[in-house]
Design a protein around this ligand. Structure first.
Ligand code: ATP
Ligand code: MG
Length: 362
């Protein structure tokens, strides 16, 4: 792929587009042959400068190499099947640090798995409702939601929606109502385990009604360690921690791990940090490489080989109510999330964890 063609297109278009604009700018001053001639010389100079500013690219450049690599990755990932787990695997996607890619990770891994044929449920457990937005799910105030499951006596079946992107991608939406839940939960019974009970009942109900088993569940958490996150930790067997490859990446991680230990001790002995995913990585920088190697040093087993690059396509997708998997499946960001999803399906659930089975038994 050579930009040579782009150059020629610019060159050909120049008299018709930029030239016309030039005349309009000059307006009534273009009154005689002399001034028109001056404009056209000016035009040529501008065009030469413009063409000189376009870098030449040929097949040996990093860009072309990247395109070729991505095409290969796309061919591989779109042809590979994702294994179904023996039991439903439930992940809480958590990190109390804000903006590290929790929601992006939850929805894109879920979407990649659903695209590969698995049945996947995303529970939006964050009052911001970003996961619902990215999955194209209605979540205006008053929509039946996670809030109703935690505090309104609704079942998950009452509130669950199907993503327009995929019939086997389900979502329990979150609305702004959930922002009051942290406080309202404080005074109710079983305040830490309400989500777990609701999930258990839902899986049993699906099984009894003959609906396909849910293969993976991802619970998207807010950037805090309050009761909403505690409910998510109680409901899951595995924790997926997205870590942004930046300077403060590991700050706060020890607090998160301490909280997980407390949950294990008091509420959910099965809980394990099974998966760490490096996100928003700019692999050209030394810093990203250093952070990645530090994380791998501390969490060798848990850290996925796949690293999610920083990508404009990933950040654009939610504004179209889509995941990047649906928005631009052949982009490098979508490929990375699909590869991360496949890696998760190829790793067994940790032996110390117990996943929720078809009958909702833990
Ligand atoms: P919060 O703590 O507020 O819930 P979060 O941890 O869920 O945030 P995201 O919402 O997933 O983080 O991501 C934060 C922002 O970064 C979003 O605007 C998202 O689109 C963008 N983003 C996430 N991953 C990438 C990426 N790989 N490349 C570019 N932008 C990204
Ligand atoms: Mg989020």
């Amino acid at each position: 792929m050579r930009l040579f063609h782009v150059k020629r297109a610019v060159e050909e278009a120049r008299p018709r587009t930029l030239g016309r604009h030039q005349n309009r700018r000059v307006g009534t001053h273009v009154t005689d042959a002399r001034s028109a001639g001056e404009d056209s010389l000016d035009d040529m100079a501008r065009r030469t400068a413009l063409l000189d500013s376009i870098p030449d690219v040929d097949l040996d450049t990093p860009l072309a190499a990247q395109v070729a690599t991505d095409a290969r990755r796309h061919a591989v990932i779109s042809g590979s099947s994702f294994a179904r787990p023996t039991q439903t695997r439930v992940f809480t996607v958590a990190n109390q640090k804000g903006g590290v890619g929790k929601t992006t990770t939850a929805v894109n891994i879920a979407a990649a798995m659903a695209r590969a044929g698995l049945t996947v449920l995303v529970i939006d457990n964050d009052p911001q409702g970003n996961a619902s937005t990215a999955l194209g799910i209605e979540h205006g105030s008053g929509t039946p939601s996670t809030y109703d499951v935690l505090l309104g006596g609704s079942t998950i079946s009452d509130v669950v929606q199907v993503s327009p992107a995929n019939d086997n991608l389900l979502c329990v939406p979150s609305t702004i109502d959930l922002s009051g839940a942290e406080i309202e939960l404080v005074s109710v019974d079983s305040r830490e385990t309400r989500l777990r009970e609701a999930l258990r009942a839902y899986l049993v109900e699906r099984s009894r009604s003959g609906l396909p088993r849910v293969d993976y569940i991802f619970i998207d958490c807010p950037p805090s360690l309050g009761l909403l996150t505690v409910n998510a930790f109680s409901a899951a067997a595995e924790v997926l921690i997205p870590i942004q490859t930046e300077y403060y990446a590991l700050e706060g991680l020890s607090q998160l791990l301490k909280n997980i230990e407390l949950i294990r001790a008091h509420l959910n002995p099965a809980l394990t940090v099974s998966t760490i995913l490096l996100t928003m990585s700019d692999t050209r920088t030394n810093l990203a490489r250093e952070v990645a190697s530090e994380v791998r040093e501390h969490f060798a087993e848990q850290t996925l080989r796949t690293v999610i690059p920083r990508s404009v396509r990933i950040s654009e997708a939610p504004s179209y109510g889509q995941t990047v998997i649906g928005y631009d499946p052949s982009s490098s960001g979508a490929l990375a999330y699909a590869e991360a999803a496949r890696e998760i399906t190829r790793r067994d659930a940790p032996s110390s964890t117990t996943t929720t089975n078809q009958d909702g038994q833990v």
